[in-house]
Design a protein around this ligand. Structure first.
Ligand code: GUN
Length: 282
């Protein structure tokens, strides 16, 4: 039977609708939620993502404060900007779009963002809290993946979840979030000997590797939930995920499309974190 397509756009729209009301309530109390969006250089994908984030802020009544810096910006200049934004009481959240230009030290920048403004959830305080199961900012893409499962009534408890990809911004936090929801979690990566076998064992298969259609349709267990976090341009110019969608959807119980799955959810969860930051309540 063909899979239920998980409509990330619809789930994101519902979340944003709720946030819009929260923003209105905050404004009535004299709090004007504001997100600083920092972009260094001319990476075309980053420019597109940043424009999308700024547009969504505007739609929800959140002030976005854009800082577009040239490629030649020095590490010291960027750190100084982060320090200024940390100290600015009118700014609730700080987002520094990654990747940064090669000459910069991303880690130092991520570490510098004040924990109470770390709406990306990439800093050591946020990630430490995630490991400790303490309240904190959850990275937006994995949080969005969990929200899609929730929206479709897929409870990870007692299930076998496989996460392909171990990045700090997606794979690792997603594995922790699934574990928090009582799944039995396996993280796979480039040195995993039997990736196909691991994928076939998954009730919930989440993929974040950034390689077009690397996970074949027949690696998906019958009835599994598939969350595809990749977004790649295939050789023929088509936008595709990390999973071979057309064949996978014949076997899966649920599957996210690309585009229209994880992408819109990431932005919705960034807005969620920004509203949390403005509320000052984690
Ligand atoms: N680059 C790719 N994804 C992200 C993200 O979620 N946040 C930031 N800041 N940069 C990114």
């Amino acid at each position: 039977m063909a899979a239920t397509i998980i409509d990330g756009k619809k789930v994101a729209a519902e979340i944003k609708e709720g946030l819009k009301k929260e923003v209105e309530e905050l404004k009535a109390k004299g709090i004007n939620p504001a997100l600083a969006v920092v972009l260094v250089g001319e990476n075309p994908a980053s420019k597109k993502y940043v424009a999308n984030k700024e547009r969504t802020c505007e739609a929800l009544g959140i002030k976005s404060v854009g800082h577009k810096l040239p490629e030649s910006t020095t590490q010291e200049e960027l750190i100084r900007l982060v320090d200024d934004l940390n100290a600015d009481p009118g700014v609730h959240g700080i987002l520094v779009q990654l990747p940064l230009p090669k000459h910069m030290n991303e880690k130092e920048v991520m570490h510098r963002i004040a924990p109470e403004k770390d709406v990306d959830g990439f800093g050591p305080d946020s990630l430490g809290r995630l490991v400790l199961d303490e309240p904190g900012f959850i990275p937006c893409t994995p949080h969005g993946a969990i929200k899609m499962l929730e929206a479709y009534g897929i409870d990870p408890a007692g299930k076998k979840a496989v996460v392909v990809g171990r990045s700090v911004i997606v794979g690792k936090p997603l594995a922790l979030l699934l574990l928090r929801r009582n799944a039995t979690v396996t993280i796979c990566h480039s040195k995993t000997p039997d990736l196909r076998g691991e994928c076939l064992s998954a009730d919930i298969l989440c993929v974040a590797v950034g390689r077009a259609e690397m996970i074949k349709g027949d690696w998906v267990k019958e009835g599994a939930a598939v969350i595809d976090i990749g977004i790649n341009v295939r050789e023929d110019g088509k936008l595709v995920g990390d999973v071979e969608f057309e064949r996978a959807k014949e076997r899966a119980g649920w599957i996210t499309p690309v585009p229209g799955g994880a992408g819109p959810m990431t932005i919705a969860m960034l807005m969620y974190n920004t509203v949390q930051a403005a509320k000052g309540s984690l």
